[in-house]
Design a protein around this ligand. Structure first.
Ligand code: 3PG
Length: 212
């Protein structure tokens, strides 16, 4: 296990749920970082899905230095280099490519590439990785598929993401190869449109009530 892979494991272990947040503006992103941090969230994935996402990520890293803020939807090596230089704690991709894995290793950046099949997982493991995003979790086979992976791939650990809710999270969290789950259900477009910080705080605090 490389140093970056081991740091990725530590980051995953700090979270029960990693909120997946797509920023609408810099001001909103700063509010979201503060609200999530004061609600006990220790790890956030900020998706790079629009033109302001990089600047929003940078602002969030600056205002909440105590929590691990990672960049999601990293699909180019250039994005990997940029987020590493910016101080992102980790990077996440929806899929796995050799060039992205190499770029993360070159940058010594903890990395969570997405996998949905045994072959994709094996490709990532060939590069020495042991931490993976299972995406899209609900659509690709859910807890049953991850449970089946624990036999042949006992060293791999997962953060399933995609279609997971507060209600279904325990079905994943109780698996021995799952360290945390990811989901966008805390920072929904509806709550963000209304600047409903209390709703986001309540959703974050509800994670503490999960039984698994
Ligand atoms: C992701 O990028 O990880 C997913 O879009 C999050 O999935 P969800 O919106 O179904 O939680």
């Amino acid at each position: 296990m490389s140093d970056a892979d081991s740091r990725m494991r530590d980051i995953m272990s700090r979270a029960t749920v990693i909120p997946v947040y797509t920023p609408g503006s810099i001001e909103e992103a700063i509010q979201v970082a503060r609200v999530l941090a004061r609600s006990g969230i220790e790890v956030i994935e900020v998706t790079l899905r629009n033109g302001i996402a990089m600047d929003a990520l940078k602002a969030m890293i600056e205002v909440t230095p105590g929590i691990a803020i990672g960049a999601g939807t990293v699909v180019t090596t250039r994005q990997m280099e940029t987020v590493a230089a910016m101080g992102a704690a980790f990077a996440v991709s929806p899929g796995t490519t050799p060039s992205l894995i190499s770029a993360s290793q070159h940058a010594n950046l903890p990395y969570l590439p997405g996998i949905a099949t045994a072959s994709e997982l094996m490709q990532g493991m060939q590069f020495g990785l042991s931490c993976f995003k299972f995406f899209p979790a609900a659509q690709a086979g859910g807890p049953a598929l991850l449970s089946a992976f624990s036999g042949p791939f006992s060293d791999a650990v997962f953060c399933p993401t995609g279609g997971i809710t507060l209600k279904t999270a325990p079905d994943y969290l109780r698996l021995k190869n799952v360290l945390c789950v990811g989901g966008s259900w805390l920072t929904t477009p509806e709550r963000l449109a209304k600047s409903d910080w209390q709703g986001i705080e309540d959703a974050a605090k509800a994670i503490n009530t999960l039984v698994y």
